[in-house]
Design a protein around this ligand. Structure first.
Ligand code: SAM
Length: 231
């Protein structure tokens, strides 16, 4: 059986009892970064062997893991943080296991996009998740322009190295929308910053941006409707 196991996105306490039990009881843990996962397994006294399953070995490794599953082994899939399969190589192994009639189950838990959405206080009944925007500005602006008529909250993952460039493109293409940036969620320096995209840009341009972050955009068409209602 393949167990999809969510692990913490920062605070090591954010893991379920069932996740710890599962990680102790399976034959093998397939992990995105075994050094990273070892911090978690050491913390919880989990002695199960670890094997790497990451972006660049995912094709070969998924085949090998599925062979082991077919032989009757139990394997847990974990990634660096949060829920495997959400913007990481996890989905490939999950699909291959399903295609090979292997039972797949999930031990749910932390997920950065859900944590950020709840922290944001934005209308959360309807949203879209776009993971990472393209690295190149031209492609990024093109992708962003596709959201001009979007009425749902848009959620992106972003790296601290690219945050300023991304915010500058959002100011330009999406008409400086209201935004929330949730940084370092569940960690010591957790912070939720909100304001116009241009205000976030000013803030991040003042120093070297650090930490993991999720960006949430309140689409301008929602704001326009609100403005129209108050006129
Ligand atoms: N599978 C993960 C999940 O369930 O959210 C996401 C994996 S994705 C490769 C990693 C991205 O998630 C980071 O670049 C960052 O945008 C976001 N992220 C992960 N942990 C975070 C945290 N503690 N605070 C804010 N964002 C986080």
């Amino acid at each position: 059986m393949l167990y999809i196991v969510s692990t913490p996105i920062g605070n090591l306490g954010d893991i379920t009892f069932r996740a710890v039990e599962t990680l102790k009881n399976v034959d093998l843990i397939a992990s995105e970064d075994t050094r990273h996962t070892r911090i978690l397994t050491n913390h919880y006294g989990i002695e199960t062997p670890l094997t790497s399953y990451f972006e660049h070995n995912k094709i070969k490794k998924a085949d090998r893991l599925v062979r082991l599953l077919k032989e009757g082994r139990d394997i847990a899939l974990v990634t660096d943080a949060g829920t495997p399969g959400i913007s990481d190589p996890g989905y490939r192994l999950i699909r291959l296991a399903k295609d090979n009639d292997i039972t797949v189950t999930v031990i749910p838990g932390a997920c950065a996009l859900v944590a950020a959405l709840t922290l944001s206080g934005l209308a959360s009944h309807s949203f879209i998740f776009e993971a990472f925007l393209p690295v190149k500005s031209g492609a990024r602006k093109k992708k962003l322009s596709g959201f001009l008529k979007e009425s749902r909250v848009i959620i992106f993952y972003e790296s601290p190295h690219r945050i300023c460039k991304t915010l500058a493109d959002i100011v330009e293409v999406l008409e400086d929308p209201f935004m929330v940036c949730a940084r370092e969620i569940t960690k010591k320096f957790e912070e939720v910053i909100e304001g116009r995209a241009s205000q976030l840009l000013t803030r991040f341009s003042q120093g070297k941006p650090k930490g993991e972050m999720v960006l949430l955009v309140q689409p301008s068409c929602i704001e326009k409707k609100k403005e129209a209602r108050f006129k």
